[in-house]
Structures are given as structure tokens and as C-alpha cells.
Design a protein around this ligand. Structure first.
Ligand code: PLP
Length: 359
């Protein structure tokens, strides 16, 4: 059996893939694939409506928020957010906690003067992030942008924002749907689908209605929240297959018991892996416990010359895509919703066996 620890595009639930396989050439009895029909057909629109209802139920999305199903991934939103929200203003606070937050800042510089608040810190010699109470926000910024889960750095901010009179924007690309969150704390939440949600190509945007409508003139229509909302996310042809498959994932999540249950499972998986790493002299994770990501677990081998052998042997054992990102080095296990506890147990068994043989 193969367990895929890719950071994204990532593993999808086996049940979802089986169902998609069954329906591939004959969807809803139409005698054709969902990929081959018009997004304006009744069947597709029914599916789209159903997927939105399911997503709203999963995340308890309040009625005064629009859900948009868009193209472009997380990076398109790095531009879309300032262009949709800033109007005539040029001031926004950007929290820098890692690679992706920093990438959002680089893009935002094209459209405004982001005030960068670096929250990276050392806690007992480990990589950590300052808590929200220590974020030095400016008094007059139009919004505050942050990334709650840094996919590459393996650091996370689990606190829910509680800043009075602030519009908070969050890049939830690698953690949306992994546990319950309070959507009402946010102005905009966005996420590329290819980690916890579905295939690459679809981007989810959850935006409070009063923030829609102040876009800058030069904003491309396909990124304009008002245009997307007005056309029920079908201003241009949406990524239909990715949308359909994500809809199946929403149904799978509801059948598992929703996000409370997923949160428990994800915590149990992460605890299992971090405990194994902490108890070993052979492996280490250098993130402060309060900021450890439950989705992306980077770890280093004490003897880095064994990295290539570790990757070769783990692949042969059916444990795929464990190579860490070049920025952090070492290994990284991404353990999103679709990764069962059995996959994490298989990884830990392998790691312990490898350590015994090479330690
Ligand atoms: N934000 C985060 C947290 C990510 O992990 C990624 C990709 O891994 C991105 C943004 C960029 O997403 P995309 O490749 O969909 O543009």
C-alpha cells in the first residue's frame, strides 16, 4: 500500500477516488463525464449548489458571507486581495511568518505599500511565531493579512484572530477544512484546493459581503469578487472537474463526522508523529511546540548524509514524497485530511527501523 506524503497536490480520500472512478464516464446517468458537460447545464448547477451547501455546513459559514469557486490558486489571491479590498487606500498590514506569507507580501508590493510585521522568533532555540497579542498592527491599515499554516516552514498559528474593527484576511491554502474555525472572525479566507480540498485548479474564497464592491478599476474581471459573486462563480468557465471532485470531498468530510472529527484525527496523527520524532536522537523537528503544524511536519536526520538513502528506502517501502522543501531541507511529511492514522504509523515504523539500522 502506498501512502503519499506530498505537500500538494496531495493525497485524496480513497473512497472519493473510487466514487469518481465509478462515475467517470457516466455521471448522474447522463452517459457522459462531468468533464464533458456545460457548466450551465442543470446537472452541473445542481452539483455546484449542493457543494456550496455542504461547504457552508462544514464550516458553519454565516449568511453574510459569499463563497466563490475560482481559478488561479493561492497566488492569484495574493494579487486579488489587495486589488479587491484596498480601493483608494495603499495601506495594509502583512504578517510575515514564513515562506508563503512572504510571497504574498512580494506580490502585494505591486499594488500597495504593505507594512510588514515580522513575527518570526526563537522560543528556547526553536523556530516559533509571536502570539497575536504581540502583533504590532498599525492603527489605520485597510486589512491584516496572515497565513495560519506555513506549508514549507511547518509552522502554524492556531489562535483565532480577535482584533477589534479589523478586516482579517487569511491564506488558508494548507489547512482549510482540517478543523473547525470561526469564519466570522475573518473578512476574507482563501485557499487553493490541492491540499485538503480537492484537485489543483480550484480556489475557494469566502468573503464577507460588505467587503465586495470596492475593487480597483484595473482588476481583471475573473479575479473580481463582485463579478464572481454576481455570476455564481461562473463568469468564465470554472474548473469543473476540480469543483465536482471537491464536492465529493465535502460529502466525504460530512460522512466522517465533519470538522470536529477531522480536527481530532489530525491532532492524533500529528501527536503520533511528533512524539516519535521527539523521543528519538536520530530525528529532530526544530519548531516550538506551540507553533507546530498539524498538516506539514518537517524533520531532520541527525546525519544529513543519510538523506538520500532515507528517501530511497522510504519510497521502496511505499512512503512517497517525503523530501523536504529546499528552503528548509531534510524531510517533510504532509498529513492532510486524507492521510489515515495507519499511514502515519507506517511512516513511524519505517523511521524507527531506519534509525535502528543506520543509527
Ligand atoms: N499559500 C500556501 C500556504 C501554500 O501552501 C501554497 C502552495 O503550496 C500557496 C499559497 C500557493 O498556492 P498556488 O500554487 O495554488 O498558487
Amino acid at each position: 500500500q502506498v501512502f503519499n506524503f506530498s505537500s500538494g497536490p496531495a493525497m485524496l480520500p480513497a473512497e472519493v477516488l473510487r466514487r469518481a472512478e465509478q462515475e467517470l464516464v457516466n455521471w448522474r446517468g447522463l452517459g457522459t463525464s462531468v468533464m464533458e458537460i456545460s457548466h450551465r447545464s442543470k446537472e452541473f448547477i445542481d452539483m455546484a449548489d449542493e457543494s456550496e451547501r455542504d461547504l457552508r455546513e462544514l464550516l458553519s459559514i454565516p449568511d453574510n458571507y459569499k463563497v466563490l469557486f475560482a481559478h488561479g490558486g493561492g497566488r492569484a489571491q495574493f494579487a486579488a486581495v489587495p486589488l479587491n479590498l484596498l480601493g483608494a487606500s495603499r495601506s495594509a498590514d502583512y504578517i510575515d511568518g514564513g515562506y508563503w506569507a512572504h510571497s504574498a507580501i512580494d506580490e502585494a508590493k505591486k499594488y500597495c505599500d504593505p507594512r510588514v510585521i515580522d513575527i518570526k522568533t526563537r522560543i528556547d532555540g526553536l523556530r516559533g511565531l509571536k502570539p497575536m497579542s504581540e502583533w504590532d498592527l498599525s492603527p489605520d491599515s485597510t486589512y491584516v493579512h496572515y497565513c495560519p499554516n506555513e506549508t514549507i516552514d511547518g509552522v502554524a498559528i492556531d489562535e483565532m484572530p480577535a482584533f477589534a474593527d479589523r478586516t482579517v484576511v487569511a491564506d488558508y491554502s494548507s489547512t482549510l477544512l482540517s478543523r473547525p474555525i470561526d469564519v466570522s472572525r475573518y473578512g476574507v479566507i482563501y485557499a487553493g484546493a490541492q491540499k485538503n480540498i480537492g484537485p489543483a485548479g480550484l480556489t475557494l474564497i469566502i468573503v464577507r459581503e460588505d467587503l465586495i464592491g470596492s475593487a480597483r478599476q484595473e482588476l481583471p474581471s475573473i479575479l473580481d469578487y463582485q463579478v464572481l459573486a454576481k455570476h455564481d462563480s461562473m463568469f468564465n468557465t470554472p474548473p469543473t472537474f476540480a469543483w465536482y471532485l471537491s464536492g465529493l470531498v465535502f460529502k466525504w468530510l460530512l460522512a466522517q463526522g465533519g470538522l470536529v472529527e477531522m480536527g481530532k484525527r489530525n491532532q492524533a496523527k500529528a501527536d503520533y508523529l511528533y512524539n516519535a520524532i521527539d523521543q528519538s536522537d536520530f530525528y529532530r523537528n526544530d519548531v516550538a511546540p506551540a507553533n507546530r503544524s498539524r498538516m506539514n511536519v518537517p524533520f531532520l536526520l541527525a546525519d544529513e548524509t543519510l538523506n538520500a538513502l532515507f528517501l530511497e528506502e522510504s519510497l521502496a517501502a511505499g512512503l512517497h514524497a517525503l523530501k523536504g522543501h529546499r528552503v528548509v531541507g531534510g524531510m517533510r511529511a504532509s498529513i492532510y485530511n486524507a492521510m489515515p492514522l495507519a499511514g502515519v504509523q507506517a511512516l513511524v515504523d519505517f523511521m524507527q527501523d531506519f534509525a535502528r539500522r543506520h543509527g
